[in-house]
Write a protein of this length. Structure first.
Length: 136
């Protein structure tokens, strides 16, 4: 009976302990997009591949510089806040020749699981990215 209790205790610790992504601000964080929803009009969202909406497959977050790297380009993190078990990053970008209007974005990273959601909102349209992050 004591052996069974020990096994149950060890199993419980394995399932509950060690899952935190204690983000070290001195390390880069690498994130991979796993799902994308494109919402070109209200209530009209569809699942797409990242490249279908010019969204990144991989992101590198540099918390020391407050930047998110997307390929050779970087985006400035204008606001960063830790709320409970989530790291919230926010910013805004000007439009370009392909897209007249700029966008605002929010990224929420669950520091327990490493999972993230990014919501990018423009004029009457949105793109939502889902994925996971890890320190590198």
């Amino acid at each position: 009976m004591k052996k069974l209790k020990l096994i149950v205790t060890i199993a419980a610790l394995c399932f509950t302990g060690g899952s935190a992504l204690a983000i070290d601000e001195n390390k880069d964080v690498l994130c991979a997009t796993t799902q994308v929803q494109d919402c070109p009009e209200v209530g009209d969202c569809v699942a797409v591949r990242p490249e279908d909406v010019n969204a990144p497959t991989f992101l590198r977050i540099d918390l020391k510089k407050d930047e998110i790297g997307v390929g050779e380009r970087s985006v400035k993190i204008e606001r960063r806040e830790q709320i409970e078990d989530r790291l919230i990053l926010q910013g805004a970008e000007d439009g370009n020749e392909d897209r007249r209007d700029g966008v605002g974005w929010t990224m929420s990273i669950d520091t327990d699981s490493g999972r993230f959601v990014i919501a990018i909102a423009g004029a009457e349209e949105a793109v939502i990215l889902f994925g996971a992050c890890t320190e590198v």
